[in-house]
Design a protein around this ligand. Structure first.
Ligand code: GLU
Length: 278
């Protein structure tokens, strides 16, 4: 049985691009779950949770099963991190953003990977760990040696092979959040038996590291549908800070939610918007 999910972050109101994603996911799978990705303490806000649920109800999209809320599932992410730690695949990183920026602009900095590897290979220092805020990073070199090169399948049959530079030593737990998006996403997709991940093309960059984590943690492999992004007519991306394309603004302007969902399912966008070229 096919299972898909819609996983918004409550960091703003939903816009037309989210509606497109939700409609495609709902139509593509027999079971469709909604998950709130609310682990970012600086950007998530409870008032957006209600707004998101209202927007989905307005579109006429009903989720199957209970709403899954990541901030209530921290134990599962901690267990997954512990599993990787037990295998020596993660390391604590004490760098600040400023440290990383400075070392990437240094003459021998490795700007391509986004992280210069400063803390990889440091001897474990439990005293420092207990006294200093730190994140946990994937040791991508070791992980790739163990799991091999990840690949994934799009729903149209295209197969993508992850390149090592697309993975890098991704953060799996942050200084201020007990699990990163990547870690929580793969744990939850597996826990919800997701067979089809439907999300925007911008998140295709996340798929290499997420597939690697699935291999390392022994989690099932879903198929992916990375859909085109919706933009303004002039090609500008929809941003959560824009008012115009929010579903709340469309509802306030008198638009019919189920009719919009029906149109989106046929790839028809309201005037003023278009699909970004792939
Ligand atoms: N929470 C992410 C977002 O709102 C989506 C994550 C996903 O679908 O994998 O952009």
């Amino acid at each position: 049985m096919s299972v898909s999910r819609f996983a918004p972050s409550p960091t703003g109101r939903l816009h037309l691009g989210h509606a497109y994603s939700a409609v495609l996911g709902r139509r593509a799978a027999a079971t469709w779950r909604v998950r709130l990705e609310d682990l970012d303490p600086t950007r998530s806000r409870p008032e957006f949770v209600d707004g998101i649920l209202e927007d989905l109800a307005w579109l006429g999209l009903a989720a199957d099963g209970d709403l899954l809320v990541q901030s209530r599932r921290l134990r599962l992410y901690a267990d997954a991190l512990e599993q990787l730690r037990g295998e020596g695949l993660v390391y604590p990183c004490f760098c600040t953003r400023a440290d990383i920026a400075a070392s990437l602009t240094a003459p021998h900095g490795d700007a391509a990977s986004g992280y210069p590897g400063t803390c990889r290979g440091l001897a474990d220092d439990p005293a420092r760990r207990s006294s200093t805020p730190h994140s946990w990073r994937l040791d991508s070199g070791k992980a790739l040696d163990l799991a091999g090169q990840p690949s994934w399948t799009e729903v149209d049959g295209r197969i993508f092979v992850a390149r090592p530079h697309q993975i890098g030593d991704a953060i799996l737990a942050r200084k201020d959040a007990p699990a990163s998006y990547h870690l929580a996403c793969v744990v939850d997709d597996a826990a919800s038996d997701v067979t089809l991940v439907v999300r925007g093309q911008d998140l295709r960059l996340s798929t290499p590291v997420q597939r690697l984590l699935q291999l390392l943690l022994g989690l099932r492999e879903p198929t992916y549908l990375h859909h085109r992004l919706v933009t303004h007519d002039d090609g500008r991306r929809l941003a959560k800070r824009d008012q115009a394309p929010t579903l709340a603004a469309m509802r306030a302007a008198g638009m019919d939610g189920p009719a919009l969902a029906e149109a989106l399912a046929k790839d028809c966008l309201p005037s003023g918007f278009r699909f970004a070229s792939a």
